[in-house]
Write a protein that binds this ligand. Sequence first.
Ligand SMILES: *Cc1c(COP(=O)(O)O)cnc(C)c1O
Length: 471
Amino acid sequence: MNYLSTRGHPDRKRFCEILLEGLAPDGGLYLPDEYPQIDTATLAKWRKLPYAELAFEILSLYIDDIPPADLKAICAKTYTPEVFGTEEIVPLRELEDGVYLEALSNGPTLAFKDMAMQLLGNLFEYELARRGAELNILGATSGDTGSAAEYAMRGKKGVRVFMTSPDGRMSPFQQAQMFSLQDENIHNIAITGVFDDCQDIVKAVSNDLGFKRKYRIGTVNSINWARLLAQVVYYFAGYFQATASNDKPASFTVPSGNFGNVCAGHVARMMGLPIQTLVVATNENDVLDEFFRTGIYRVRAAADTHETSSPSMDISKASNFERFVFDLVGRDAAKLRSLFVDELGGQGRFDLSGDPAFKQAAERFGFKSSRSTHADRLATIRDTDKRFATLVDPHTADGLKAAREHLAPGVPMVVLETALPIKFAATLVEALGHEPARPARFEGIEALPKRVVKLPADAEAVKAYIAQNCD
Ligand SMILES: *Cc1c(COP(=O)(O)O)cnc(C)c1O
């Protein structure tokens, strides 16, 4: 399997070459040069597999530069009941007739990002050992990504994590999750500033190519193909649980920000998994909902990006969207470039409303969308508690609301649960008047000793800190 860039760079790469890379050299995103097709016999065989073996089968189709026995061991070590809480790893449960919740948030940090990040940690450790190399991961987080990355990389050989976050702006629970880690290879850096300052620092450091090379700086952001690939697996696992046989379709609703999670659903569908509809659920930051309704993709300025009560979906542009648009325009890299480089780069928008390709977004690729507000979120949390005695987090609530707008008779609708409610306790208290239950292992974490340094919003200070801690 070879990987290409959405922007037409002539090079083709293998999986392990792009594993440790971010963007392609021309600024595009990596995609496999074709999607492996799953026939009915294979689907029938996969239906019976435990999660780790299913993961191995799917990953094998995309990874041919790790010996199968090693890849199998990596999958077996990653997807265990000890790490993810149940034998099923992603158990499905019916909420009401035809509407299901797929639990993706029982990993170490209680958000779905663990599903991919835990695998990435093991793949990184394996590949770095094979190369005799080291990697220093530099990131910016306002919550879920940073903690998932730290819990995936803690104690891993060859990897250090330098994670910046805006000082005092994460929820106390999220802060405690990250700062209580005492592993030597994990460095929490609280920046005096806001999340954008943290992102600017990461950009500035990455743009200093000399520093980047000398200190082997890498990232784990959501454009990483390995993360996306890991997420493809739970669409298959969800489908098998929601249907009795492989001739039945199912639909998925996905709380979406950077379009990483739902893009994995698109990949599963392209492989031939019988997915009828992929519903993109957004909050007030509705860049994606606007596109699927109108054909216009318009990125927002920082001032027009709202701080909402489903904060992990507060995006101004959807960094993985380019992957889907590449398929939408028939994998025409010249056309993709004109949309993303010329039009988006020039006017901050492109318009496919008059293009026959846009019609295909729904008809051929199965995409639909919906948008939720704070009031919707609170109402859904209350309703789900009252009618089903189930607590959902604000992001999953956005998904449930969207799912109900796109139900089709006889087709199970699987809503992806992207976090547990305890991570967003303040909104749960606002909706219900009480705190959600906390898994026993997180009792009292706010009182644990904290390992964090405070630095000014200055890339030079962060560089100096990295240099000091790299020997
Ligand atoms: C990251 C995240 C999302 C958004 O996922 P994308 O892959 O960026 O679309 C939704 N909900 C939660 C809880 C998250 O942490």
